[in-house]
Design a binder for this molecule. Structure first.
Ligand code: ZN
Length: 301
């Protein structure tokens, strides 16, 4: 049970809209990949948690005085405890290096890829802050925390001990079933806590670190597939739909135009007028078609 739907992070929406229109450097590719993976893992976890009747907070961003915003990926509130999950969708294998993890990249024998803070460390820091939040709100409940690796292909080598706070893909089902068997329906107190926490949820739409700098002139004027977000080329002015060579789906020109319009709004926070959308879409379409899409949007808003 969750009253809040998980929203795609704004930073990811911007990266998606910039993709194919702007050159990304290595750091930006990494950031984009992490944002995509993070969201994928969270959506996967949501689908699995939703089978049970728990009170779930899908992403809580809270702010304590004098501190940065802290985010917890998933929170479950049961009658006897609160459970925090740090959700990760890592694809490449990695090695446990104590408080860091290092990914393999290219060389299958030696881990020589990016080094990140261990998710367990991240979760510990977030848990400390969450405890301060509980104290501030007068919430008294037992707290449990887990890191959840949602990608079935992910392997973590070099762990010295088996640790029960790290859940790998193959363990998640059993973990959730066990939790379901041991928890009872949320009571009024659980709902009260849920509402208290939700009131702390901080709007993060303006917090967007690592977004590449861009302006209208710096972006390629292309159109992209509404299904897979890849650039589509070679559209004839007269056709009503095209096959995307990337995802092999048939997409209509109206949907392509609609996506162009949506991307423009994400990047520039305003609706383009007819000449602007005509230019934004690489002058590939008749003005009449563009006019109809803009008109339809006007009616809907
Ligand atoms: Zn496609």
């Amino acid at each position: 049970m969750s009253k809040k739907m998980r929203q795609k992070p704004n930073a990811l929406k911007i990266y998606d809209a910039l993709y194919g229109r702007l050159y990304f450097n290595k750091q930006q590719w990494l950031k984009y990949g992490n944002l995509k993976d993070g969201y994928k893992g969270e959506v996967w976890a949501d689908q699995n948690f939703e089978k049970y009747g728990w009170l779930i907070i899908k992403g809580l961003s809270f702010h304590l005085e004098g501190d940065y915003v802290c985010q917890i990926d998933t929170i479950i509130i049961t009658r006897d405890k609160i459970i925090l999950y740090e959700v990760k969708w890592f694809s490449n294998p990695a090695v446990d290096r104590g408080n860091k993890i290092q990914f393999f990249s290219g060389d299958k024998e030696n881990p020589n890829g990016e080094i990140y803070e261990h998710p367990r460390e991240q979760l510990e820091k977030a848990t400390k802050k969450f405890k301060r939040l509980m104290w501030k709100l007068g919430i008294e409940k037992e707290l449990e925390t887990y890191v959840m690796f949602t990608n079935p292909d992910f392997v973590l080598y070099g762990m010295e001990d088996w640790s029960f706070d790290l859940l790998f893909h193959s363990e998640i089902d059993a973990h959730l079933s066990k939790l379901a068997a041991s928890t009872i329906e949320p009571d009024a107190e659980s709902h009260r806590i849920y509402n208290l926490l939700m009131k702390q949820d901080h709007d993060t739409s303006e917090d967007m670190p690592f977004i590449p700098k861009y302006n209208y002139d710096s972006l390629r004027k292309v159109v992209k597939c509404p299904e897979c977000n890849e650039v589509i080329t070679g559209i004839l002015k007269s056709c009503h739909s095209v096959f995307c060579i990337h995802c092999h789906k048939k997409v209509t020109v109206n949907d392509i135009l609609q996506k162009s319009l949506d991307d423009y709004k994400i990047l520039f926070k305003q609706t383009p007028n007819l000449p602007q959308l005509h230019d934004w879409t690489g002058e590939m379409f008749d003005r009449m078609r563009i006019y109809r899409v803009l008109k339809k949007n006007q009616k809907e808003n």
